[in-house]
Design a protein. Sequence first.
Length: 88
Amino acid sequence: MRRRIPSTSALAAFEAAARHQSFTKAAEELAVTQSAVCRQVAALEAFLGLKLFRRSRRGVTLTEAGASYGRQVGARLDEVERDAFELM
């Protein structure tokens, strides 16, 4: 049975954007365009069926759901990274 999970690139883009509270800073960190981060986050929001960020002319801020999910995703990505380093 196929797992219903978001793409890892979307999760990485969201986690970086959540941590920085900025799509631009997340893009710089990930060495992609700001537009790519925006598209990845939008795809994740569509997958989940809810908004993770509030967008305005001044930038983005996390919704309550986005802040909670950001903490959870960050912790799990840390675990995956730790597991990979242990294996290597």
